[in-house]
Design a binder for this molecule. Structure first.
Ligand code: SF4
Ligand code: SF4
Length: 506
């Protein structure tokens, strides 16, 4: 039989976003405010500027970021990549995964709270539109329960219209990263029938973003995002995350009113709430002082920790969790609870940071250790992968040639008695200028004859064709011969290729 959960683990039995009937419980987070929220706002402004501005930034007429999967053209900070650079992509992905693992082991879900586009758009764009139109959490709840009036209709329609407008903007921006901003402008400004596919893509993207931010919201982070699911295996007791300091906060309890036992010369007729109620004071200011001194003050009982159980940290949480239950997969490290709790601590005159960035070790043992063995091992792997990637990038040529002997063909003997082999070539020109290509034998006497015209490698395209290599028999060693072929672009040697040549048995 399953062990019943202890009181403190009861939260594991339910999800904040699902009610007792198993239906979606809509989260109404209270509007956050505080220094972390302000910093996150500034970071989000920079990131949003980058995201929306980048498609317009060009270098030599090309966008500096382009991920055109349809035409297999990729530009990353001005560097052009083609499908021939697939190995660089694989290494790039490996580096990205190891970096994410390393970053998460050290800093937990910091990325989610500060950089993730889902959180930035949700909390810094859509949620702020909602607060602006419908007010804070309680006002939103009241509005949703209220009967339909012209005011409610106006608020709801304008909110959804703005949501959809922003979704269209995001959709167009994402499309600009795929097909380029010029093409997006063409789709918008020219008749729809000339750009059916582009228009349909725009509409699908716009509705997808609208659905995510108007309806799915925190569900993306708590149920769909694979990164969120990885937290359980990546975090350890030294990982930095948003933590509630249970050592300091527990046992939690509400503040009690207590009257200070202060001797007074005054003789108020009753509890002195106004000047007229006091029979002793002569001046208004004296009386007010007396009123203040005798007003019951809120104080924490001496056996309680710093948490006054005000629940503010839960009310501001966009995923609806209680961080005091411990670190949870649903926590996107948005810092809203840190700000809320700091505000409370300030009011009750306690040190800030009852909820803060810390590690489990930092709270229990008061010791922060970032460079653990695990972190060192991941760092070493990351360093290794980065070194390989830098080497591959540094030695990457702007023209790549593939030369293969035509399969199924043996050698031929020419009328002059020379031996001839047929080859197929492919030239990938990653530059933006056409190149006159020439093949030359580097270590054998003989000739190379291209079938048809001398190849011109078209910019950013693959050019293919065939060629014959002809070598006098005395220059051959036997049946199998290694050859070195030079590839010249505009008379300049750009690559030397190795291939083999079939000859008669000697
Ligand atoms: S906001 Fe701070 S004081 Fe209030 S319940 Fe949360 S942890 Fe306790
Ligand atoms: S517990 Fe909630 S409010 Fe606090 S950081 Fe995590 S997601 Fe944000």
């Amino acid at each position: 039989m399953e062990e019943p959960l202890s009181d403190t683990e009861e939260y594991r039995n339910k999800i904040a976003t699902v009610d007792d009937q198993g239906k979606r419980a809509w989260i109404y987070p209270k509007k956050p405010k505080g220094k972390f929220y302000d910093w996150r706002k500034y970071v989000s402004y920079v990131l949003l500027l980058f995201l929306f501005g980048m498609p317009f930034v060009k270098w030599n007429g090309d966008p500096i970021l382009l991920f055109n999967i349809l035409e297999r053209r990729f530009i990353i900070f001005g560097l052009h990549f083609t499908p021939q650079d697939f190995h660089l992509f694989v290494f790039g992905m490996l580096i990205f995964i190891v970096f994410i693992i390393l970053f998460t082991v050290v800093f937990g879900r910091l990325f989610c709270g500060w950089v993730c586009p889902q959180t930035i758009f949700m909390e810094m764009v859509f949620r702020r539109i909602e607060y602006w139109i419908e007010g804070d959490a309680n006002a939103q709840k009241r509005l949703n329960k209220a009967p339909w009036t012209p005011e409610k209709l106006f608020k709801k329609v304008s909110k959804q219209a703005l949501f959809f407008g922003v979704a269209v903007l995001i959709a167009n921006t994402f499309l600009a990263y795929i097909i380029g901003v010029d093409q997006v402008i063409q789709i918008i400004t020219e008749p729809i029938q000339e750009h059916w596919e582009g228009f349909v893509a725009m509409v699908i993207f716009a509705f997808a973003f609208y659905f995510v931010f108007a309806y799915m919201r925190e569900q993306v982070c708590v149920t769909i995002c694979p990164y969120g699911r990885l937290q359980g295996v990546l975090l350890d007791k030294n990982s930095i995350a948003v933590y509630y300091d249970f050592e300091r906060g527990e046992p939690r309890g509400r503040m009690k009113k207590e009257r200070p036992a202060k001797p007074s010369n005054h003789t108020p007729a009753a509890t002195p709430t106004t000047k007229s109620a006091c029979t002793t004071c002569n001046t208004e200011s004296d009386c007010q002082k007396e009123v203040k001194e005798q007003t019951p003050a809120l104080a924490l009982a001496s056996n309680l920790g710093d948490c006054i159980d005000c629940n503010l940290c839960v009310k501001v949480c966009p995923t609806g969790i209680d961080i005091r239950d411990g670190i949870q997969m649903e926590c996107v490290n948005c810092t809203a609870c840190m700000d809320a709790c700091d505000e409370v601590m300030e009011k009750i005159d306690r040190p800030l940071g009852l909820i803060r960035y810390d590690s489990h070790e930092g709270i229990v043992a008061k010791r922060k250790q970032i460079f653990t063995t695990r972190v060192k091992a991941y760092s070493a792997v990351l360093f290794l992968l980065l070194s390989v990637q830098i080497y591959l990038l540094a030695t990457r040529s702007s023209v790549e040639t593939l030369l293969l002997r035509t399969t199924g063909m043996l050698f031929q003997e020419t009328e002059e008695g020379n031996i001839r082999n047929l080859y197929n070539y492919q030239i990938m020109n990653k530059t933006k200028t056409p190149l006159n290509i020439e093949f030359r034998l580097l270590d054998h006497t003989g000739t190379i004859t291209v079938v048809g015209n001398e190849p011109i490698a078209r910019p950013e395209q693959l050019t293919s064709g065939s060629l014959f290599i002809e070598i006098p028999p005395e220059a051959l060693r036997g049946q199998k011969n290694d050859l070195k072929i030079g590839v010249y672009a505009n008379q300049e040697l750009i690559e030397s290729l190795g291939t083999n040549f079939l000859g008669p048995v000697k």
